[in-house]
Design a binder for this molecule. Structure first.
Ligand SMILES: [Zn+2]
Length: 203
């Protein structure tokens, strides 16, 4: 389970490195930035650090948000944020994270679970993902290496964000129309989700 003290420490660390970020508008499907492969970044570049701070500020703005990727705020960079500390299905918990150039280096024990996305409001889908993973990347600012071992919901959330960095949405991974569900929840990003879903024959 998530330890409150550990998550609190992570918050304080990020406030030092990534303070002053601005919350940006979330981009919704079918915007092309969400279906485009992102580019590696120089984690120490001040522009990248500013983008990382904005990603963190945007994630913190929404109480339902457990992770975001740079494309969701309009940046075509390999950069993700994560904070699953308040989610009921959380087991491992690294607290609040922002990782540059993340890559999946180990994955095992797949399971199929329903998930959603703030850039795809109103729909959820059943997606098979590994429940134990290792991700490596770099801290924005210092550029020092970071390794995250995650399981359960944190592992799912990390893989969901990694997919965003490859231009892949969860709708691209569901096994068919019967694995997609309407939630009736319209909040999240702006965007014409209905037309996007129609293109993929989900609704
Ligand atoms: Zn998403």
């Amino acid at each position: 389970m998530c330890g409150t003290a550990m998550c609190g420490t992570a918050h304080a660390r990020l406030d030092g490195v990534l303070a002053g970020g601005v919350s940006r508008e979330l981009i919704g499907a079918p915007h092309p930035v969400l279906t485009t492969q992102t580019l590696p970044v120089d984690a120490a570049d001040p522009l990248v650090v500013a983008g990382a701070a904005d990603l963190l500020a945007t994630m913190r703005r929404s109480h339902r948000c457990t992770g975001l990727s740079a494309p969701q705020i309009g940046l075509g960079w390999r950069l993700l944020s994560l904070d699953v500390s308040r989610h009921p299905r959380t087991r491992s918990c690294a607290g609040e994270l922002v990782v540059a150039n993340p890559r999946l280096v180990a994955a095992s024990r797949w399971e199929r679970v329903r998930e959603g996305c703030l850039s795809v409001p109103g729909l959820t889908g059943e997606v098979s993902r590994a429940t134990r993973i290792t991700v490596r990347g770099e801290h924005p600012g210092s550029g020092t290496p970071v390794t995250v071992h995650a399981d359960a919901f944190e592992a799912r959330c990390l893989q969901h964000q990694l997919d965003h960095l490859d231009g892949v949405l969860f709708l691209d991974r569901v096994v068919g129309a019967r694995a997609v569900h309407r939630t009736g929840r319209g909040s999240g990003a702006t965007g014409d989700m209905t037309s996007y879903a129609r293109v993929f024959r989900y609704v």
